[in-house]
Design a protein around this ligand. Structure first.
Ligand code: DX5
Ligand code: ZN
Length: 232
């Protein structure tokens, strides 16, 4: 299992207040978040419509220097990859079902200087990794069906996480294992024990605003870290 100190918390800004997005991202990073998870939905691959490369670029111009983890729920995906490379993304992940040429899409991301990842829906097999393991920097397992925040964690993801962890460890490569959907204070430890090292949390973080404090998400992020530090 990955060292405790390497666990990363990635709040999904899907649940942030979009009218104050720069401030929300500043607050969540000042509260101890490691990565900004950026959900891009096209009302075609998934039944919802969110934000695009202009918003990513605006966050960079606002002064955000933390890694931005762009989760593309967009089909087709290749042209949008270029837009997000230009917009300052750090990670760009996409779903295999959204690309006609998975190897090419992964290469496009890396050629643009970004880290590449594949995203697996709950019913999508890990075998998509078979021939591209050396081209991914991140494996992202969806623990809900993509499209909306606030859904419940699908328990079979735990077994899939164990399988993904085994594949990554056997590869000997430096690949992060991220989980996305329904991550809460009361299940993050179990998810970490199954092998995840990077935790997306939207509603659990942004639903816990501490209106009175300066760094308004300290408590919830602190409680995530507390759970992760007590792993057995
Ligand atoms: C769902 C998105 C998630 C979502 C997670 O399609 O990919 O990133 O924001 O939200 P929670 O943590 O509320 O399940
Ligand atoms: Zn996501």
């Amino acid at each position: 299992m990955t060292a405790t100190s390497d666990f990363q918390i990635a709040p999904s800004i899907l649940s942030a207040n979009f009218a104050k997005l720069g401030e929300e991202v500043d607050d969540v990073l000042a509260s101890g978040a490691d990565i900004v998870h950026f959900d891009v939905m096209d009302n075609h691959f998934v039944p919802n419509l969110t934000i695009g490369p202009m918003v990513c670029e605006a966050l960079r111009k606002h002064g955000v220097t933390a890694p931005i983890d762009v989760h593309l729920m967009v089909k087709p995906v290749d042209r949008v990859i270029g837009d997000f490379i230009d917009a300052g993304a750090t990670y760009i992940t996409f779903h295999p079902e959204a690309s006609e040429h998975i190897d090419r899409s992964l290469q496009l991301i890396r050629d643009g200087g970004c880290k590449a990842g594949l995203v697996f829906n709950p019913a999508t097999p890990l075998s998509y990794l078979d021939y591209v393991m050396d081209k991914v920097d991140m494996v992202l397992l969806m623990s809900v069906n993509p499209g909306f925040g606030g859904q419940s964690f699908i328990p079979s993801t735990l077994n899939k996480l164990r399988q993904a962890r085994q594949r990554i460890d056997e590869s000997g490569l430096d690949i992060r294992l991220e989980v996305d959907g329904g991550v809460k204070i009361d299940n993050i430890a179990e998810i970490a024990r199954a092998g995840a090292d990077t935790f997306v949390a939207g509603s659990a973080v942004f639903g816990a605003r501490q209106e009175s404090d300066l760094h308004r998400y300290d408590t919830v992020i602190g409680r995530f870290r507390e759970q992760l530090s007590q792993l057995t």
